[in-house]
Structures are given as C-alpha cells and as structure tokens.
Design a protein around this ligand. Structure first.
Ligand SMILES: Nc1nc2c(c(=O)[nH]1)N[C@H]1C(S)=C(S)[C@@H](COP(=O)(O)O)O[C@H]1N2
Ligand SMILES: [Mo]
Length: 186
C-alpha cells in the first residue's frame, strides 16, 4: 500500500516534470492525518477549497484557500530526509533535527512564488523571503533527537537550519517556526 502510494506520488512528480509544471498536477489525496497544509501560489494540489465546517482549526486561524496541498507523514517522509544539528543561544544545548528540505516540500507543491510564510498552531507566523530561502538549507523537521515531534511539543513540524556548531542568535531563531501546520507561498 505504501509502495503503491509512493509510486502514485512518483508518477505525479514525473507528470509534473514532464509537463514542466506549467499546468500543475492533481496529486493523490492525503490518507493519513494531515500534518502540514500548503496553499497560495502553488501548482500541485490534492484538495479543494477551504471548508468552514471541516477545516475548523484553519477557520480559527482565519486561513482560507481555493485549493491546497495536504501533506501527511507518509508524503513528507517520502521526500529525501536530511539530518541537521541546530543550536541557539537560549537553548540548553544542540538539537538533532531530521526531516525533508523546505525546498523539496515547496518543489512538491510546485511553488510559484519566492516567499513563504509559515504559520504555527499558537498563531505565530514568520515570513521567509527569497533571500532568506537562498541563504540557508532550511529543513522542515519532523523529528528531534530521534523522536517524532509532538503536538504539545514543537510538532508537527519545526523549521530550522544547521548552525554548523555555532549558536544562532535569538533574531535568527525568530524564523525557526515550531509547531508549523500551514504554509503559504506568496
Ligand atoms: N510556533 C512558534 N514558533 C516560534 C516562536 C513562537 O512564539 N511560536 N517564536 C520564535 C522566536 S521569536 C524565537 S526567538 C524562537 C524561540 O522560541 P522558544 O523560546 O519558544 O524556544 O522561536 C521562534 N519560533
Ligand atoms: Mo525571538
């Protein structure tokens, strides 16, 4: 089943590559619990318009869209996984984070804009513009120190980049959104 799903995803990706992503693609709907929804200027979607009843939590956050890409754990895990070590001044110590590159998530969505805003469960949001995207190998982590990120912790997803043995300043860390559940492409 997993293999069939991955094959469907690969076929969709191949179709996207073949058409040059010019018209976008309808990807397979998420079957597992959705962790992250991507909306805005994207070509590849797997669900239709915001539904004020079903999408109660998105409604709470005043989010709305005509179509979006819903990503469950399986879809995010099917992307190349990278492991980074991130550290920041106020932290007790470095954290080992693992997950797909943000760039790969955006490629899967067929992102057409060059700026993204990541929104978190607590209402926090941070804009990452083209210059910032290019400056760091951003990772949308799903695991920290070998454990899946939890709701109630910093899950479902945590944006960060490898700090190469240094400690990021609190200002840099401002863009490291934890508990990410919604991404818009502008
Ligand atoms: N979801 C979420 N992510 C967030 C924030 C937040 O309030 N909520 N604050 C940001 C800022 S300004 C900083 S400095 C770091 C530190 O947050 P922490 O002190 O909760 O670790 O997380 C960043 N990511
Ligand atoms: Mo901060």
């Amino acid at each position: 089943m997993v293999v069939a799903r991955i094959r469907a995803l690969m076929l969709a990706l191949a179709a996207v590559a073949w058409t040059g992503a010019a018209w976008g693609a309808e990807l397979a709907p998420a079957r597992g619990a959705v962790l992250v929804t991507v909306a805005g200027k994207i070509a590849n979607t797997n669900r239709g318009a915001f539904d004020p009843f079903a999408d109660a939590f998105l409604k709470f956050h005043d989010k709305s869209f005509d179509a979006a890409l819903e990503l469950d754990r399986e879809a995010l895990a099917a992307l190349d996984q990278v492991e980074i070590t991130a550290d920041a001044e106020p932290w007790p110590g470095p954290v080992r984070l693992r997950g797909p590159r943000l760039a790969d998530v955006l490629a899967l969505a067929g992102a057409r804009g060059d700026t993204v805003t990541l929104f978190a469960l607590d209402g926090y949001g941070a804009k990452v513009d083209a210059a910032m995207l290019a400056a760091h190998p951003w990772v949308l982590a799903l695991e920290a120190d070998g454990r899946p990120l939890a709701i109630g912790g910093r899950g479902p997803a945590w944006l960060a980049y490898d700090t190469g043995g240094k400690r990021a300043t609190a200002e840099e860390e401002g863009a490291w959104v934890w508990s990410v559940f919604y991404i818009t492409v502008e």
